[in-house]
Design a protein around this ligand. Structure first.
Ligand code: PLP
Length: 423
């Protein structure tokens, strides 16, 4: 490295430059594009009129345009009227937001909330919450392994690797049944060392769209007791999976009711369409108020040198919407509308696929829930989808149905059938 810099300095002197460019002396390799957000970059560069971006999980209208919820516009208008300032928030965020978000997650009557046993910190959406949680685990629970489902959301492994949390995977998906690999999951979690941490998707598992049933959740909950595993929920789709905020919070609520200490990360990217506001929260449910207070103090200590304090705008939107009965009801209606549109295009895609290729069982398309369909397509099939049909999707065969319209469902089905039959 020093020699490289010396050579560069001499070369610069030879052409009359004062110093060599500093970065010519350090090796910075080109990083690969992000597996999910990189797809949007490639999509933008594609000139085809047929192109379809099913890579990123972002809700689109039937016209495939981004959607700002009506209730968000109303909340913003109210905020403007109030003329609130832009002072720094406390490190752990807006107090009213913290109260609203934990109550939305666990229910206002939750004993854990009432007893002050939940340490909540407003964070930079789901990703930022997971990162702070990761930092907390690596600082205070070192030596504990985090178990992550195989497959999982594309960013999980990078988040926990960067946070210095050792992780392993547990079996989750059975390609034969295109459903939950219950036996594999339970066996892997049983084999995990006592005291490990297990990352669970609260609802609408990404990328598979396969969730445990309520009965299976109860078994996982019992197993966590038996093996003393710490349940760590990633809740990125509350209200978006089924259209009901309560239904989609079933699993984390069950684990808290059953007496577990629990970590839960929340995101308002999808359910309120606040993707770019970066608003979410990290909640750590402890067994008593004193532990929660100590945990919160350490979460603040982690956040302060990382980003100091969180942004205020999204927090105020969420607080307005949850705190106003009319707006809250309107939000529920819009969530039902969004999840309903996704269910409709699921049905349409299934109908086209079944008509075009009746020899194959496509029922998984209708069974999976949430934004995505995990198609089981191979990398070669995915390459054909993009190369020939200009359909952009993640390499693991996941398509975001939130980016599909009824009018494009037939085009997508034809491309899928072509890819599955020929590759
Ligand atoms: C499972 C899961 N967790 C977390 C996130 C984080 O999203 P955000 O950081 O936008 O809240 C996502 C987004 O796609 C996700 O699917």
């Amino acid at each position: 490295m020093r020699r490289q810099r010396l050579v560069a300095a001499r070369a610069a002197a030879a052409v009359g430059q004062k110093t060599a460019p500093w970065f010519s002396g350090v090796e910075v390799e080109m990083a690969p594009p992000d597996p999910i957000l990189g797809i949007t970059e490639a999509f933008k560069a594609d000139g085809s009129a047929d192109k379809l971006n099913l890579g990123v999980g972002a809700y689109r209208t039937e016209e495939l345009a981004p959607y700002v919820l009506e209730v968000v516009k109303k909340a913003e208008a109210k905020m403007l009227e109030k003329g609130e300032n832009k002072e720094y928030l406390p490190i752990d965020g807006l107090a009213a937001f913290k109260k609203a978000t934990v109550e939305l997650l666990l229910g206002a009557d939750s004993p854990a909330v009432k007893e002050g046993r939940v340490a909540t910190i407003q964070s930079l959406s789901g990703t930022g919450s997971l990162r702070v949680a990761g930092q907390f685990l690596s600082r205070f629970c070192s030596g504990r392994t985090l178990y992550i489902s195989d497959p999982t959301w594309g960013n999980h492994k990078a988040i926990f690797t960067d946070a210095g949390v050792p992780w392993k995977t547990y079996r989750y998906f059975d390609p034969e049944t295109v459903g939950l690999d219950e036996e594999g999951m339970m066996a892997d979690l049983k084999a995990a060392p006592e005291g490990s941490v297990v990352l669970l998707h609260g609802c609408a598992h990404n990328p598979t769209g396969v969730d445990p049933t309520k009965e299976q959740w109860k078994q996982i909950c019992d197993l966590c007791h038996e093996r003393q595993l710490l349940p760590f929920f990633d809740v990125a789709y509350q209200g978006f999976a089924t259209g009901s905020l309560e239904e989609d919070a079933f699993a984390p609520r069950l684990f808290v009711e059953e007496g577990h200490d629990v970590i839960v990360c929340q995101s308002y990217s999808k359910n309120l369409g606040l993707y770019a506001e970066r608003i979410g929260a990290l909640n750590i449910v402890a067994s008593d108020k004193d532990s929660a207070a100590r945990i919160l103090s350490q979460l603040k200590k982690i956040a302060r040198p990382m980003y100091s304090n969180p942004p205020v705008h999204g927090a105020r939107i969420v607080t307005e919407v949850i705190g106003n009965k009319d707006m809250f009801d309107e939000w529920k209606g819009e969530m039902e509308m969004m999840s309903g549109r996704i269910m409709t295009v699921r049905g349409e895609l299934y109908d086209h696929l079944t008509r075009m290729a009746p020899e194959k069982d496509w029922s998984f398309v209708k069974r999976q829930i949430g934004m995505f369909s995990y198609t089981g397509m191979t990398p070669d099939q995915v390459a054909n989808m993009t190369g020939k049909h200009h359909i952009y999707m993640t390499k693991d065969g996941r398509i975001s149905l939130a980016g599909l319209s009824s009018s494009k469902a037939e085009y997508l089905a034809a491309a899928m059938v072509d890819s599955v039959r020929n590759f």
